[in-house]
Design a protein around this ligand. Structure first.
Ligand SMILES: Cc1cc2nc3c(=O)[nH]c(=O)nc-3n(C[C@H](O)[C@H](O)[C@H](O)COP(=O)(O)OP(=O)(O)OC[C@H]3O[C@@H](n4cnc5c(N)ncnc54)[C@H](O)[C@@H]3O)c2cc1C
Length: 421
């Protein structure tokens, strides 16, 4: 019987029996995760050779459900590590998979994503960080920016240019870089909402071993597509840490401590989504609900949210069916998230007027509304801006004519307004 054909009841019974035998809330977290990885229940959708079962998403959801029912802690909440692990799983050599996947699952190694540059965000393929092969290693020089969690990352997934004489998409390679080396300097950035989730990363003669090139030289752009499509799919994903974080026991204390570090850059993410969930309660609380204009704007935000939730559920069902490998809902859902966030922020300001800007302990909801207003702009930028999502939808989904291009020749000859590294 293939892994994909195992029934949900069989899977539930199997994982349940395995947890009864192995799970205990008094085990140290690291030791438990080793058992989880060895047992093949760490990443059920991954192949058996790499800590999984080869399950489809419906089967994996059944496994997760049993873990939740038994209060069992799962793998580390990886953030950018999730992007790294899926990309390595898809494109890596056996040696790369053996070296890097396991410590991501156990939480022993954290990752960051080193894609954007000061002159290359939307136009990511115009990046100018340079990688030169010298003997058995690559020497990296350049600057990255907006790198979430880089301040506590052990490794980074890095895009760098290895060939300047071919069109821009063809000269990029994908590297796995050690962040704990002298040639890598990480500088945190302070945001207008008071948090510091991002960093600038400067690489000065940083080194990457030849064996840490992912895929072939020059294949970086197509490999990056794997990372970026996963990033868009995961856009609204739950970063709370699941039910296990609220339970009592030594392993849960360790898990909470791990989550506090891993999820710290994301504490404001619910606010950047607009907090439509707070609108009705706030409007009823201060009487603004009796204003028909306020009611209309709240209704608009809530209808948009409901529509997007239903579309997201349909997209999950499509993916789980396994029949659709590429679906446009990632870009559409991301665009909808921006619209909802902006509309919710607008309704929040109608509810309390200028008071919505008050921050600090004595403000309404501890300054949550002000944080919403200061965080919402991020949602239409992160993971590809609204305009870029519209380009993707129009060109790849609707088949409309492509944007005019003036950069199809050798990258060396493409006009740029930034000095190359
Ligand atoms: C919360 C958050 C987290 C992030 N995390 C990471 C991370 O971990 N790692 C990482 O590498 N990066 C990260 N980023 C960076 C992010 O990917 C970039 O900010 C994004 O791709 C936009 O690039 P840019 O900021 O350079 O804007 P630009 O590309 O300079 O865009 C400026 C404006 O021009 C518009 N524009 C650009 N090109 C076109 C076009 N062809 N057609 C129409 N309009 C266009 C854009 O839509 C935008 O409005 C993060 C950003 C945010 C906000």
């Amino acid at each position: 019987m293939s892994d994909e054909s195992s029934s949900i009841e069989t899977i539930r019974a199997e994982v349940s029996a395995w947890l009864d035998e192995n799970w205990s809330p008094v085990r140290p977290l690291k030791e438990w995760r080793e058992t989880l990885v060895e047992g093949g229940w760490a990443a059920p959708t991954w192949p058996r050779a790499y800590y999984g079962r080869g399950f489809n998403e419906t089967q994996a959801a059944a496994v997760q459900q049993v873990f939740a029912e038994k209060g069992a802690v799962g793998v580390a909440q990886a953030g950018p590590g999730r992007l790294a692990s899926h990309t390595i799983l898809t494109h890596g050599t056996d040696a790369q998979k053996r070296r890097y996947l396991r410590p991501i699952l156990t939480g022993e190694e954290a990752w960051c994503q080193l894609f954007s540059e000061p002159g290359s965000g939307s136009d990511l393929a115009g990046l100018t960080t340079k990688a030169e092969k010298v003997g058995d290693r690559w020497i990296i020089n350049g600057q990255k920016v907006w790198n979430t969690s880089a301040h506590h990352a052990d490794f980074g997934i890095l895009l760098a240019r290895t060939n300047w004489d071919v069109p821009k998409h063809q000269g990029i390679s994908y590297f796995l870089i050690d962040m704990r080396q002298a040639g890598v300097e990480v500088r945190p950035l302070k945001q207008m909402n008071g948090h510091a989730s991002f960093n600038e990363v400067f690489m000065s003669d940083a080194e990457v071993l030849a064996e840490d090139l992912l895929g072939a030289e020059g294949e970086g752009w197509s490999i990056a597509a794997t990372t970026l499509s996963l990033e868009r799919q995961a856009f609204g994903s739950d970063r709370s840490g699941g039910a296990a974080k609220d339970l009592e026991g030594p392993i849960y204390d360790e898990y909470r401590a791990e989550l506090a570090i891993a999820l710290e850059p994301y504490t404001w993410y619910p606010q950047r989504a607009g907090r439509a969930d707070l609108l009705l309660k706030r409007a009823e609380g201060n009487g603004a609900i009796s204003d028909p204009l306020v009611r209309q704007e709240i209704a608009r935000a809530l209808c948009l949210k409901k529509g997007a939730d239903l579309a997201a559920a349909a997209a999950v069902a499509k993916r789980r069916s396994g029949k659709h490998r590429v679906i446009p809902e990632g870009s559409i859902g991301k665009l909808a998230a921006s619209e909802i966030a902006r509309q919710a922020a607008h309704a929040h300001t109608l509810i309390s007027g200028a008071d919505a800007l008050l921050a600090g302990a004595n403000s309404e909801l501890d300054g949550i509304v002000a944080e919403v207003l200061l965080s919402v702009p991020a949602i239409s930028i992160a993971g590809g801006t609204d305009e870029i999502q519209k380009n993707i939808i129009s060109e790849r989904v609707l088949g409309l004519p492509k944007e005019p291009r003036f950069d199809t020749g050798p990258f060396r000859d493409v006009p740029r307004n930034i000095k190359d590294a």
